[in-house]
Design a binder for this molecule. Structure first.
Ligand code: GCU
Length: 433
């Protein structure tokens, strides 16, 4: 499948042929926001923009899924850049005695040659020593690869980094940050459970500042100015592209040690929003766990819960996460031609788990349950069970259906106990042969 935007890359004549062949509206045909039809509740993923009901699996696959992918990119995230034509992979670090010899730690650098980008993506990979290829979690991190493990040679980001990360001085990561996120990523636990972890720092793709000049995005914009056009790539789309490049790398370079059919994506909060988008846009991702992702990810855009983050507030605080079309929905979420249940539906029939914390009302744990419920009909339409629970489960009770839900006591963070839940869900929903 293509992860880019095929209709934009073709010449005018053939675009028309592609668009009409599939019966999908091209982005240029999408109405201006003010002309979209208001919908009070979460829109039905099985109804096309035209109002036509999806009647068959083929229609879902060939018409509605491509349409939804375009709609999300056009009105919300901006278009994901295409897969690079040429990249270079270099191993910059290899330690076969990691975790007392239980694991191999390596780090690869991905350079983008065509088109040429100055950005380099560093992928930290911790793999269990096992006879058969291991399932893997790809996770984007907040504080640099060096923060995940105690290891003197793991790459320290050169770009801007969050002040809240350990060891940061003047917006720069330092040696002092090594191992600072060990209890967030828990690689020992992941390895003990037979999984590998591949991780990268979001700032390798685009540091999370309001400006884009330091990210990969401008290289892909239609707008040739310093400002993005209305549906040009914004940060979450660029980060999701980063997940896809790690998938490329694992498949191309690690096919002996990593099971390409068991690639899961995980991420916390803004990185969880990215996780869900990455999985929705790339079927090579077999399972997604967007953890406490909330508004713009797993939380409904249409919400009346005033304790939860709204589209208006997220756009004001983080204008660079979404494309500028999305800003128009701040006071008019009813005009969105989709809601986040449709993004989950794009993952169908693959498993997706939403994990939450009781005190994290900003991420809208109740609304997230509604999102799963409103995605479930697509799973059933495709002949697999979706969400088994009829109401939000008790604390600490994992709903282990293909659409899974979990809420625990506590706050907005990613903990070792959360990882136990992620791994239990993955064991059940992504078993080996
Ligand atoms: C803020 C933001 C959320 C986001 C969170 C995070 O709270 O409002 O949308 O999920 O940061 O990334 O930790």
């Amino acid at each position: 499948m293509s992860h880019s935007h095929p209709l934009r890359r073709c010449v005018i004549g053939s675009c028309f042929v592609v668009a009409t062949f599939w019966g999908i509206a091209a982005a240029a045909d999408f109405p201006p926001v003010s002309e979209l039809k208001p919908q009070a509740g979460l829109p039905d993923p099985l109804v096309m923009l035209s109002g036509q009901k999806v009647q068959s699996k083929e229609q879902w696959e060939n018409k509605r899924r491509p349409e939804l992918k375009q709609l999300f990119q056009h009105y919300m995230y901006g278009y994901l850049p295409p897969k690079p034509e040429e990249v270079k992979y270099e191993v910059r670090l290899l330690d076969e005695k990691f975790l007392d010899g239980k694991a191999t730690l390596s780090e690869a650098t991905i350079s983008f040659l065509k088109p040429t980008l100055k950005h380099k993506l560093h992928v930290l990979l911790v793999e269990p020593k096992s006879k058969t290829p291991a399932p893997v979690f790809i996770g984007m991190n907040f504080c640099g690869n060096h923060a995940l493990v105690d290891h003197p040679q793991v790459h320290i980001p050169e770009s801007w980094i969050y002040k809240s990360c350990a060891g940061v001085e003047n917006d720069q990561a330092t040696e002092k940050g090594r191992g600072g996120q060990k209890d967030v990523w828990n690689v020992d636990l992941i390895v003990d459970r037979g999984y590998a972890l591949a991780s990268f720092y979001s700032g390798d793709i685009d540091p999370d500042t309001k400006e884009f000049t330091d990210g990969i995005e401008p290289a892909y914009w239609k707008s040739k100015t310093a400002e993005p056009g209305p549906d040009d790539t914004a940060a979450i789309a660029a980060w999701a592209w980063g997940y896809h490049r790690v998938v490329d790398f694992l498949i191309a370079e690690r096919s002996k040690s990593i099971d390409k059919n068991r690639i899961a994506a995980v991420g916390h909060s803004r990185n969880g929003k990215t996780t869900l988008l990455a999985a929705a846009m790339d079927e090579r991702i077999a399972l997604a766990i967007p953890h406490q992702a909330g508004c713009g990810g797993t939380g409904p855009s249409r919400t009346s819960d005033t304790r939860a983050e709204s589209v208006k507030r997220i756009n004001a605080a983080f204008p660079h996460w979404f494309c500028s079309e999305f800003k128009k929905f701040g006071d008019h979420t009813e005009l969105l031609p989709f809601d986040q249940n449709c993004l989950v539906a794009l993952c169908a029939p693959r498993p997706v788990l939403f994990t939450n914390a009781e005190e994290d009302l900003w991420a809208n744990p109740d609304g997230q349950f509604d999102v799963l419920q409103a995605a479930s009909p697509v799973y059933e339409f495709l002949g697999v069970p979706g969400l088994s629970a009829k109401s939000r489960p008790e604390l600490n009770q994992l709903v282990k259906s293909r659409l899974g839900y979990f809420i625990r006591p506590g706050k907005h963070q990613m903990t070792r106990d959360d990882w136990k839940v992620f791994l239990d869900f993955a064991d059940q929903q992504m078993p080996g042969k």
